[in-house]
Ligand binder design. Structure first.
Ligand SMILES: Cc1cc2nc3c(=O)[nH]c(=O)nc-3n(C[C@H](O)[C@H](O)[C@H](O)COP(=O)(O)OP(=O)(O)OC[C@H]3O[C@@H](n4cnc5c(N)ncnc54)[C@H](O)[C@@H]3O)c2cc1C
Ligand code: FES
Length: 237
């Protein structure tokens, strides 16, 4: 944001080529996202780099399910919208811990043919995880060609565990810690199909059934102490 701040990766939620604006949706979890959240109308960020990484493939497949966990719903929205616009049948499943954390329900309704909502505590929609709703639909006999899942690593892993036995192609958008976003620093290293990939330049989308989610989860905690210190004092050391 400022000269001495870090870059953080955020997904474009919407963009408007005519007005030249982009819309982002983000959750305040630490120093940078809180700082971004504290900006007032008219404030500026130093610069925005992007778009970076590879675009989602928007092709006419059979029925598609998009699954959004927490703020991941904002990242899965443009995929659902673009696929629906070309005539793909979209089933959307969005979930969060509790009712107040469900986001973009109206937007997801518009971008899908059917919408299911779940909360871990049952305060809205089905009680349980998005992966359980997906499992229920598959067991009911719904036939899906592709599943896109975006959210916390544990949620993406749970979705991939549901689809694997049914052989349903599943694509996840990985969210490892990123620094340069250019394939040079190696921070966003992930293991996919036993090979090392950099999520910023090789992804962020990968075949879920090939991703080592346990390693991803572990690596995302690498700087937890520094992040906590920075959130409290503004300095990582
Ligand atoms: C390709 C990509 C796209 C993303 N798009 C979005 C988006 O559209 N909206 C959004 O809200 N967030 C998105 N994220 C996550 C976002 O980048 C992080 O939440 C942010 O970098 C945290 O910075 P911070 O300084 O506020 O918190 P930090 O102090 O860095 O971290 C605070 C807490 O958040 C956790 N955290 C750190 N990085 C991530 C991460 N990448 N994902 C999840 N938790 C993390 C830390 O482990 C820690 O517990 C995306 C991440 C990637 C890699
Ligand atoms: S963020 Fe540096 S290599 Fe991907």
């Amino acid at each position: 944001m400022g000269e001495r701040d870090e870059r953080i990766p955020l997904t474009l939620f919407r963009w408007d080529n005519t007005s030249g604006t982009v819309t982002i949706v983000f959750k305040e979890v630490g120093f940078s996202t809180r700082k971004l959240g504290s900006l007032k109308v008219g404030d500026e960020v130093l610069n925005i780099a992007g778009p970076l990484g590879n675009p989602s493939s928007i092709e006419k497949h059979g029925a598609v399910v998009v699954v959004g966990g927490g703020v991941g719903t904002a990242a899965v929205f443009p995929i659902a919208k673009a696929l629906k616009e070309i005539g793909v049948h979209i089933t959307a499943i969005i979930g969060a811990k509790t009712k107040n954390l469900i986001i973009l329900e109206d937007e997801m309704k518009e971008a899908s043919d059917e919408l299911y909502v779940s909360t871990d505590d049952g305060s809205k929609g089905t009680k349980g995880f998005v992966s359980q709703v997906l499992n229920m639909l598959i067991e009911r006999g719904c036939r899906f060609r592709i599943v896109y899942a975006i959210g916390p690593p544990l949620m993406m892993k749970a979705v991939s565990d549901v689809t694997r036995p049914h052989g349903i192609r599943t694509i996840v958008s990985l969210n490892p810690i990123m620094v340069d976003g250019m394939g040079m620093c190696g921070t966003c290293r992930v293991s996919v199909g036993g090979k090392t990939k950099f999520a910023c330049v090789d992804g962020p989308e990968f075949d879920a059934h090939e991703v080592d989610f346990d390693e991803l989860n572990h690596r995302m905690k690498t700087y937890l102490q520094e992040e906590r210190r920075k959130a409290c004092t503004g300095h990582p050391q």
